[in-house]
Ligand binder design. Structure first.
Ligand code: FPP
Length: 242
């Protein structure tokens, strides 16, 4: 097996933002922005696979997104359903294994069924893992994991496993290496707070529906230029010589 290219992030996560502004700038309803956002999801998943990314996490719907108007919520849910329905076969062919992380009890039975169907159908995928966060809250996940720990002293690794049990996600998902947020906003918005502890953060003004393979590549290139230290001292090559 070839050695891993350390310049390539193993796990890329994206906070997809700017659908509403994209639509507004064209005089279109917000739904049109979300619909264009789904096309960007398709492009980005394909580009990530081609770039050799092993794990990808996308923030499709946060627990706080329930505060949006009912009509917008049902529009997003419809798009998610349609994505799961129309994309599953292609994901199987491309070797992408899909899982969904987040609460399921507040989703419509139809959406829950489609999620289970896609997870089952793509289970054999080995080229890339795609995790979609729906009705997800990092803080809620941490609280649930803390309850599962029942006051025991646990290591970071054990706690990460408890969090995986708490929110339907797989324990073998690695920490996030590169976290991208589009549309110029610079916050984490309750997205994988624990798993982003040492993530490199990358913010771009590009609105999510405009995001393309070249934007993903720009983020990966920037990642390759960063020095990841995980709390250690600077490596000698970066210490300035007086
Ligand atoms: C943020 O833009 C976007 C969302 C809350 C929804 C994201 C959903 C999709 C891209 C579609 C479904 C996803 C998948 C995985 C198929 P915003 O509405 O907050 O934009 P704004 O800040 O410009 O108003």
């Amino acid at each position: 097996m070839n050695p891993r290219n350390e310049d390539l992030p193993r796990h890329v996560a994206i906070i997809m933002d700017g659908n509403g502004r994209w639509a507004r700038s064209r005089g279109l309803p917000r739904y049109a922005g979300h619909r264009a956002g789904v096309d960007a999801v398709r492009r980005t998943v394909e580009a990530a696979g081609d770039a050799g990314i092993e794990f990808m996490t996308l923030y499709a719907f946060s627990a706080d997104n329930w505060k949006r108007p009912r009509e917008e919520i049902s529009g997003i849910m419809r798009l998610l359903d349609r994505y799961l329905q129309s994309e599953t076969q292609r994901l199987v062919e491309e070797g992408v294994r899909v899982t969904v992380v987040g609460r399921r009890d507040r989703l419509r039975p139809r959406t829950r069924g489609l999620i289970e169907r896609t997870e089952e159908a793509t289970r054999g995928g080995t080229r890339m893992r795609l995790r979609v966060a729906i009705d997800y809250s990092a803080r809620e996940t941490i609280i649930r994991a803390a309850k599962l720990a029942e006051g025991r002293e646990v290591t970071h690794e054990e706690f990460a496993e408890l969090m995986a049990c708490a929110m339907h996600c797989e324990p073998d998902y690695p920490a996030i290496d590169l976290l991208i947020r589009t549309s110029g906003e610079m916050r984490l918005s309750d997205f994988f707070l624990w798993e982003s502890a040492y993530a490199e953060l990358y913010f771009t003004d590009t609105l999510w529906p405009d995001f393309e393979a070249k934007d993903l590549q720009a983020a990966i290139d920037e990642y390759a230029r960063r020095e990841r230290r995980f709390g250690e001292a600077h490596s000698p090559r970066l210490v300035s010589i007086r």
